[in-house]
Write a protein of this length. Structure first.
Length: 412
């Protein structure tokens, strides 16, 4: 039971859900950071978190889908597969002028919808302090001389201004090349950064690469089955890389033990929210079969090349995790799930039915859990409740039909 057993339609749905799940990782972690260190810690931790992960996973996706290059168009294509920009929730629109010039704007920004009610200081932190260095860090994966600069951005004046923000991207030999961020250099040393994932079969029906022109939207249903498997794996890996970068940012401030406490709470909140969205998106019921499917397809336990997770539903539902796998070796989320700390897995199974819980069994080279049902429903975990504050918890994707091809003015 896994991605290889899913239809193209299911895979297309999963890719969108995985992008939203990846975006919610940050939302699940930051409330704990601010509660412990204060509001002023939000910006610096988020900057290090995204600067560490985004250059790494952006280059991975370029290679996977065959659109490596040094142009503005390449930068825009990468944004369309970035968990920092789930489609429609962050509604990126693009204009290409030429190889070195382009613009993008957001017709809707779910991230802004999350922070505007919190007041102008939070908006400035996100839309100025965080985005300035992290946009450039993402662009570094394509061209070190790329600069992303605002035309306008929030705080919005007037309050309903649309588009919510507007940016230029310019590549020039006159720009001082930006170095790879030190945060990204550290993440490049992880196993997640270099792990090999499933190959794409170019003979299958549907798109198998993104070597063609930039599209206004990525309609995932147009891609081949093996391409969707690979995209899904890469998107899940983006989430692991972001979580690892979040942990690294915390370990620059506190010891490993305290950082793990934050990481486990982030894991719990993000995992429960993602499981709830998966259950709805896949139209599942509240059965043990549904629990097994949600666990098998949960982004925290994919890709299988990185996370060793075995789901066995015979006379009972058993879930086994191998301690001898890259995800544990990296010290990421899976290393935080053990006999004494089943909270993230409990959050997942209770998203299907709050009466489920997990009983842990240690032994061998890992840990195993049996999913059992209690007579009384458990309350929603506080970490999940915090994650669900985001408007992304309830966001619904829509089919926008056939994407429009975007060409440069020179080729129009």
């Amino acid at each position: 039971m896994g991605l290889e057993d899913c239809s193209r339609e299911e895979l297309a749905t999963l890719v969108r859900e995985y992008m939203m799940a990846g975006h919610m990782i940050d939302r699940a972690g930051m409330p704990h950071v601010m509660a412990e260190f204060g509001q002023d810690a939000f910006g610096p931790v988020a900057i290090e978190e995204w600067m560490g992960a985004s250059p790494v996973y952006t280059k991975r996706m370029q290679r996977a889908l065959g659109f490596e290059g040094d142009s503005v168009e390449t930068i825009f294509k990468g944004m369309q597969f970035d968990i920092g920009a789930p489609p429609q929730f962050l509604d990126f629109r693009f204009r290409l002028d030429d190889h070195d010039h382009g613009e993008f704007w957001l017709d809707h920004c779910g991230a802004l919808a999350d922070v505007e009610p919190m007041g102008e200081p939070f908006v400035v932190t996100m839309c100025h302090d965080i985005e300035d260095p992290t946009f450039d860090a993402t662009a570094i994966a394509t061209n070190a001389r790329a600069q992303v600069r605002p035309v306008h951005r929030p705080p919005r004046v007037p309050a309903d201004r649309s588009p919510v923000c507007h940016w230029t991207v310019v590549i020039s030999d006159h720009h001082e090349p930006l170095p790879v961020p030190r945060e990204a250099s550290a993440i490049l040393e992880t196993r997640a950064a270099s792990i090999e994932l499933s190959a794409i079969d170019p003979t299958e029906p549907g798109l198998s690469d993104y070597r063609g022109p930039l599209l206004s939207d990525i309609r995932h249903e147009d891609w081949s089955r093996s391409a969707l498997v690979r995209i899904a794996e890469e998107i899940c890996l983006e989430g692991h890389l972001l979580a690892l970068s979040f942990l690294a940012a915390l370990e620059r401030r506190v010891d490993r033990a305290q950082a793990v406490q934050f990481g486990r709470r982030q894991f719990t909140g993000a995992a429960g929210l993602a499981a709830d969205r998966l259950r709805v998106a896949l139209g599942l019921d509240q059965s043990l079969d549904a629990v097994a499917k949600v666990i098998a397809l949960h982004p925290a336990f994919l890709p299988r090349q990185y996370v060793s997770c075995e789901v066995d539903l015979s006379d009972r539902l058993m879930v086994r995790f191998d301690a001898d796998c890259p995800a544990v070796a990296d010290g990421g989320w899976l290393s935080m799930l053990d006999v004494d700390h089943p909270e993230p897995l409990n959050a997942i199974v209770r998203a299907v039915d709050p009466r489920f819980r997990c009983e842990a069994f240690a032994g061998g080279d890992g840990v195993a859990f049996e999913v059992v049902m209690d007579d009384v429903a458990a309350p929603i975990a506080g970490d999940v409740e915090l994650a669900r504050i985001s408007t992304g918890a309830r966001f619904v994707f829509k089919d926008r039909g056939t994407p429009v091809t975007l060409r440069t003015n020179a080729s129009a």
